[in-house]
Design a protein around this ligand. Structure first.
Ligand SMILES: C[S@@+](CC[C@H](N)C(=O)[O-])C[C@H]1O[C@@H](n2cnc3c(N)ncnc32)[C@H](O)[C@@H]1O
Length: 506
């Protein structure tokens, strides 16, 4: 990391300090901009991952085991405190206070003022507030600059919505509008996902005394009490947590969840930081496809992936398939952007299609004609949130519509094992698959432990809320072959666990 920073032409560009907040919407010095940009340099990202993996492993090795036990057993409090930080708008209050920070008495008063419109009696107890903020400071999420005086740092500044206190006071419902989605992501994780996770063991081991006693407490209202049974539908940790038999997305459509639904959309924008759409440009030999090849972007949303590819590969045509309500508005999203011409010329076109139904027998594309099977089906971010049987049927419909040379490109997380991976397919290693992410000869965990933990946390969220999962290479390869595809190659995105898995008709 030092080598990369020293090589920068500007003087005094160093790795950003933990103590200095970097607010996305604020003006920055050239040095601060350069320092942030270099933090994304591939060499810096790799080095940072090794450092984090090593620190996590060292801490687990040398910390008194009982303290590690308490840290894990009570770690949920960190989620709770982070949720409080966002919900109370403390980050925005501390941004306004500046680097000297603010005393908890004043923070408590400001929180009450911001909420007076919602509840005239709103108040926060400073004695409790200081303890919540101190736990966060202990985990490096804030700084306690003097006794009971707190200030933002580089980590807490991420949760900044960019809104002024006046905006938050007069229109609290607009907090996440136009923001980068990280505050909404914290809100969603601290609520829906956190509460679901709290009921994971009750759902997985429904016969335990604690789980049965919990159900007895709830049977006072049988209408909303999910029953244990072999059928997981309506019986997920999420269902227990929110006393509903509805699936997560149907539940979010309830009128009382209007704000949750809006926050979910914003949170998904924030979640894009996991993997940028641009990485797909070099992840597949797009340049080798013949002129006028057609790529179908299945569950392509508004076409963010297709427009990126269409710009770089002018010899290809893209058809974005998604639900009707998405494709109806998708073209208008690009009308005022540099991608408008792609849509106007038909290089990127849209088709309302349910990926749980057979693909259309033919696709008509102006200038290309009618095609019966595309060169590539690409599915980005569409498998991790569906259970195995649903992914199998999606892949089966694509297989039915594939020609002998059609490729399937699945873009989603591939979870490495926590040990050396000897996954093989038909007795052969899958081309491109890494056996370990650790440098040769190093004692680090093969998946780099703490450095990559965020994807394993997401995995459990998928399980507890959607009965789904982030998949290992073995899992995705088995699922693909159950639907008539054979995984032929996998490449890993730089600095994340996202991967590009290519499959051919088996
Ligand atoms: C996580 S988003 C990924 C969007 C896009 N591929 C990307 O990478 O930005 C999942 C997409 O699946 C779409 N989707 C969900 N259910 C669908 C269905 N039954 N048929 C088609 N698309 C669906 C959603 O509308 C959403 O656009």
């Amino acid at each position: 990391m030092e080598r990369v920073y020293k090589a920068h032409p500007e003087p005094d560009v160093d790795y950003p300090s933990l103590d200095v907040p970097f607010y996305k919407n604020a003006p920055h010095t050239a040095q601060a901009e350069a320092a942030e940009k270099l933090a994304g340099d591939p060499a810096v990202v790799v080095a940072a991952n090794y450092i984090v993996a090593a620190c996590g492993q060292l801490a687990a090795s040398v910390h008194r085991p009982f303290f590690s036990l308490v840290d894990a057993a009570k770690g949920a409090h960190l989620t709770a405190c982070l949720q409080f930080l966002e919900a109370s708008n403390t980050v925005e209050i501390l941004r306004a206070a500046g680097p000297d920070g603010m005393h908890v008495d004043d923070i408590a008063r400001r929180i009450a003022e911001l909420n007076a419109g919602r509840d005239a009696n709103a108040r926060v107890e400073p004695g409790q507030l200081s303890h919540v903020l101190r736990l966060l400071a202990t985990y490096h999420w804030l700084q306690e600059v003097r006794p009971d005086v707190f200030a933002n740092n580089r980590l807490s500044a991420q949760v900044d919505s960019g809104k002024t206190l006046e905006e938050l006071r007069t229109a609290p419902e607009k907090k996440h509008d136009g923001a980068d989605g990280l505050a909404a992501f914290v809100a969603m994780c601290g609520d829906d996902f956190f509460k679901a996770s709290a009921h994971m063991t009750d759902a997985l081991l429904p016969w335990t005394p604690r789980a049965t006693s919990l159900r007895k407490l709830w049977t006072k209202n049988p209408a909303t009490t999910p029953e244990p049974g072999p059928e997981r539908e309506g019986n997920l940790p999420f269902n227990l947590a929110f006393r509903t038999k509805l699936g997560y997305f149907d539940w979010m459509e309830l009128p009382e969840n209007k704000a949750r639904l809006a926050e979910f959309g914003r949170a998904m924008t924030g979640a894009r930081l996991w993997e940028v759409a641009e990485n797909i440009v070099g992840a597949f030999p797009w340049g080798e496809l013949p002129k006028d090849s057609v790529v179908v972007d299945v569950g392509g949303g508004v076409g963010s992936t297709s427009v990126v590819l269409a710009n770089v590969y002018p010899h290809l045509w893209f058809v974005v398939e998604d639900r009707k309500q998405v494709v109806d508005i998708a073209p208008s999203i690009w009308s005022q952007t540099t991608h408008a011409e792609l849509v106007k010329s038909g290089r990127v076109s849209y088709l309302a299609h349910d990926f749980f139904k057979p693909q259309p027998a033919h696709i008509d594309i102006a200038s290309v004609g009618t095609i019966s099977s595309p060169s590539v089906f690409v599915m980005r971010g569409c498998t991790h949130n569906w259970p195995d049987q649903d992914v199998q049927s999606m892949l089966r419909f694509l297989r039915d519509a594939a020609g002998p040379h059609t490729k399937l490109l699945i873009v989603d997380v591939i979870l490495p094992l926590a040990c050396y991976d000897d996954t093989e397919d038909d007795g052969e290693p899958i081309p491109g698959a890494e056996r370990t992410l650790a440098p040769a000869g190093s004692p680090l965990l093969a998946n780099l432990g703490k450095a990559n933990a965020s994807e394993y946390l997401l995995d459990i969220s998928m399980m507890t809320v959607l009965n789904s999962k982030e998949r290992t290479l073995r899992e995705i390869s088995t699922l693909a072959s159950s639907a008539g595809w054979k995984v032929s190659r996998v490449t890993r995105a730089q600095g994340s666990l996202w991967a590009y898995t290519t499959a051919d008709p088996a």
